[in-house]
Design a protein around this ligand. Structure first.
Ligand code: CDP
Length: 235
């Protein structure tokens, strides 16, 4: 799709964990020549910082200390031409790989439920979308970050299928993983994300649902491109 003559829009992709939001968003951004931002990577990087500080873990969280140290965190993205991906940096350190570990996944929802953490990251995300031409994926992009995004997609898939995809991904990276542990992490994270007081995961009223349980990547991508075309013609 040739982008140069067309008006740039904001594309918000929200949904449950491990349903392939980032994969689709990244490919979409590549084809449209848009910026892709994985907002979950920002919450994961903040979580990594507090894990290293020993302020979260084993079901415990030291909220006063977290709030005090929050201002020490700087999150940025740097484009890696080799992978065509914006990699996330925590205080100048590339943490793109480390934030994908299970220890981070197991604590991120607790950190993401803190209002002050969300305020900090949402402000940065909104700044990134100021000139449009952006695809951002997360949990609250269509509801809170960009409520007037031109295209909102809400992705979902059967939890066991999502766990199997994540399992295969980690096995391919030669990580030692347990399927049930991943399934538990996914379902618990979804429950936590949906029930938290601050910006809970929910479908924006004007978001289009994409259940990709039985769709190939190509089918999903064709489906979304179709929606992008429709929206660009409307706007
Ligand atoms: O990769 P996966 O879909 O499993 O998760 P992620 O997008 O990396 O997000 C990790 C966690 O960050 C989620 O489970 C949420 O708790 C939190 N998150 C959020 O609260 N708001 C966002 N916009 C993005 C992520």
């Amino acid at each position: 799709m040739n982008d140069s003559s067309e008006k740039k829009i904001i594309i918000a992709i929200d949904g449950y964990s491990s349903c392939g939001k980032s994969t689709v968003a990244k490919e979409l951004a590549r084809q449209l020549n848009y910026i892709f931002i994985d907002s979950g990577a920002m919450y994961r990087a903040v979580t990594l910082f507090f894990l290293r500080e020993g302020l979260v873990g084993n079901g415990k969280i030291n909220l006063p200390a977290i709030l005090e140290k929050l201002q020490l965190i700087r999150i940025s993205f740097i484009f890696n031409a080799a992978t065509s991906h914006n990699e996330v940096f925590l205080n100048g350190e590339n943490v793109e790989m480390e934030i994908r570990q299970l220890a981070v996944a197991q604590n991120v929802s607790q950190i993401a439920a803190i209002a002050e953490v969300r305020q900090l990251l949402v402000a940065q995300q909104q700044e990134m979308g100021r000139s449009k031409g952006i695809v951002m994926d997360g949990r609250d992009i269509g509801t809170v970050v960009f409520p007037s995004a031109e295209l909102k997609i809400f992705m979902t898939a059967d939890p066991r299928i999502r766990a199997k995809r994540r399992y295969d991904e980690m096995i391919a990276k030669k990580e030692s993983v347990d399927f049930d542990e991943i399934l538990t992490n996914i379902t618990e994270r979804d429950r936590y994300d949906e029930t938290r007081a601050e910006s809970p995961l929910r479908r924006a009223a004007d978001a289009i649902v994409l259940d990709n349980s039985y769709m190939t990547r190509e089918e999903q991508f064709a489906w979304i491109l179709d929606k992008v075309r429709e929206k660009r013609n409307e706007n």
